[in-house]
Design a protein around this ligand. Structure first.
Ligand code: TYD
Length: 217
């Protein structure tokens, strides 16, 4: 049986990484093998592209160049890691995937939906996650979380709060456009509460898992 492909999306500081670890454990406890990965990155080549794209000032790349770099990284990631894992029956959880390109490059950087959809179709046909969890939260709260954690501010975190508000609205619209695939989670809540929402969404999507998914904290 082919594995399932789960993506986590949302703005910065919404706690996606912690929740990916927890969901992975919950699935393992239910007898499912998992692989956790992230974008941009996940393979040797894609991590090298990640460094290119996340370092430096925000005007280092044009929006379209950035989009193409993201898709180059994504194709390597799919060919070498994601697709072979799914074929082995492993469930893959990716911290970000193509919806991030739509939100960041398509909306926030202004390339537009059509351009992003055209690049996606040229590179990946209609490849998409089986389920996407959107971590929705007020960007002001999210930035505070990033600051409190004392994390390194990437090229993207340094963008203005307006940029992050645009992003939030973008993700909400993308979720609306892809209702069947998306589940929207209120990420401005305790870790346990966010986890409960995710497990609920998973049990809805995969009724066979209902009752088997206990928390992975
Ligand atoms: P990262 O530090 O992993 O951010 P986060 O913890 O919020 O996921 O950095 C990834 C950054 O790359 C993030 O700001 C979003 C951005 N990004 C894009 O602009 N386009 C993309 O297609 C992807 C996958 C990420």
């Amino acid at each position: 049986m082919r594995g399932q492909f789960i993506s986590f999306e949302g703005g910065e500081g919404a706690g996606k990484t912690t929740q990916a670890e927890r969901l992975s454990k919950s699935l393992n406890n239910a007898g499912i093998e998992t692989l956790m990965t992230r974008e941009p990155g996940g393979t040797f080549g894609a991590e090298a592209i990640r460094d290119l794209v996340l370092e430096g000032t925000s005007d280092r790349w044009s929006g379209l160049t950035e989009l193409l770099l993201m898709y180059a990284a994504r194709l390597d990631h799919i060919e070498k890691l994601i697709e072979p894992a799914l074929a082995r029956g492993v469930w893959v959880i990716s911290d970000r995937f193509a919806d991030s390109s739509m939100a960041y490059q398509g909306y926030a950087r202004g390339l537009g939906k059509d351009r992003v959809n055209a690049v996606h179709a040229a590179v990946l046909d209609d490849f998409a996650p089986d389920i996407t969890i959107l971590f929705d939260m007020d960007p002001v709260m999210a930035m505070k979380r990033v600051e409190t954690r004392g994390e390194e501010i990437s090229r993207f975190d340094a963008e203005s709060i307006e940029f992050h508000k645009t992003l939030r609205a973008a993700f909400q619209e993308i979720a609306e456009d892809n209702k069947d695939r998306f589940r929207v989670i209120n990420a401005d809540a305790s870790r346990d509460s966010v986890e409960t929402q995710i497990l609920f969404a998973m049990a809805q999507k995969y009724p066979d898992l209902a009752g088997k998914l206990t928390d992975g904290a």
